[in-house]
Design a binder for this molecule. Structure first.
Ligand SMILES: [Zn+2]
Length: 226
């Protein structure tokens, strides 16, 4: 995405967001109008919800921040949004949580949203901190505990599936060598080559929307037969 649309990197630049009203208005407006906000889950997302329903998914670590796994029905217990999520927002001063949908609904009236929580320690005046989506912007740290949880669960898993990633972005990509070191069999499903093809027991070079539902069906069937 960043390669195809370099202007979008500006949307997620934390320094600009902190220091410029125009940058914040641009960031909010762009996010509201982007496919990231408007997209709906596809059959591949739904396949992963089915896998969880069958009790076979302990971790869904994703670099996407479109909140589509939540929309598809996977539970927050298994989802780790390594690069955050557009589904929720927070005040950067007092950490008050906000629903992004509420802010988007108001965006035509409030183009640069600020926190309205009344703070007791300042005489019940509103906090007035900046509100930002929970997407990890360039220059921000990953959500606390995200990598730790991903590494812990992926190294304990019976299998690790890599779905639609070139494994070029770290630290997320390091889940794969960590799992390989722990002896976890790895499946890589991606149309092109990836950095860690050599660590995979199984390489699947088919479109995800075809290959993933098939793999989920087969996996559930073989578990039921066992
Ligand atoms: Zn606040």
């Amino acid at each position: 995405m960043w390669t195809k649309h370099p202007d979008q990197m500006q949307v997620y630049d934390i320094e600009a967001f902190l220091h410029s009203k125009a940058a914040r208005e641009y960031s909010w407006r762009w996010q509201k109008e982007s496919p990231v906000w408007k997209a709906q889950p596809g059959i591949a997302h739904k396949a992963l919800a089915k896998l969880e329903e069958a009790g076979m998914l302990s971790l869904l670590a994703t670099q996407n921040f479109d909140a589509l796994h939540e929309k598809a029905g996977n539970s927050p217990d298994v989802i780790v949004n390594l690069h955050g999520t557009i589904g929720s927002s927070h005040c950067m001063t007092c950490a008050a949580p906000y629903r992004t949908s509420d802010i988007m609904d108001q965006l035509d009236q409030v183009s640069d949203p600020h926190c309205r929580r009344k703070l007791h320690y300042q005489g019940d005046l509103p906090c007035n901190g900046l509100i930002k989506t929970d997407v990890v912007y360039f220059g921000e740290a990953l959500p606390e505990g995200a990598m730790e949880k991903s590494l812990r669960l992926s190294t304990q898993a019976d299998q690790l599936w890599v779905i639609g990633s070139t494994l070029e972005v770290f630290p997320a990509a390091s889940i794969v060598p960590a799992a390989a070191q722990a002896g976890v069999p790895i499946t890589i499903m991606n149309m092109g080559r990836t950095r860690y093809d050599r660590l995979a027991k199984r390489l699947i070079r088919e479109p995800i929307q075809d290959a993933l539902p098939k793999l989920v069906e087969e996996t559930i069937a073989s578990e039921q037969a066992a």
